[in-house]
Design a protein around this ligand. Structure first.
Ligand SMILES: [Zn+2]
Length: 87
């Protein structure tokens, strides 16, 4: 049975972190104009049934938070239905 309130698996977190470091190196916050973005070191997985696995990215200055679709960010390496703890 899947854990409804779990984190991304380690290999998924690695993929997402890789994407984040590339994608957010030069992004400016639309609310405060800051440029310091971060992710939690352990990423919570927000999974909506039949829809999509999301992960949050937030501005360190004002807390503005965005959610990204993990399937798209990893170009399909993270899939639905989810396929367990190994890649
Ligand atoms: Zn901000």
């Amino acid at each position: 049975m899947p854990d409804e309130n779990r984190e991304f698996y380690d290999w998924e977190q690695d993929k997402i972190r890789e994407w984040f470091e590339e994608m957010y190196s030069d992004k400016v916050c639309p609310v405060c104009g800051g440029s310091g973005w971060e992710m939690y070191s352990r990423m919570p997985l927000l999974e909506f049934k039949w829809v999509t696995p999301l992960f949050p990215v937030h501005c360190k200055n004002c807390g503005y938070t965005r959610f990204h679709n993990a399937m798209i960010a990893t170009r399909g390496e993270i899939k639905i239905p989810r396929d367990g703890g190994t890649s």
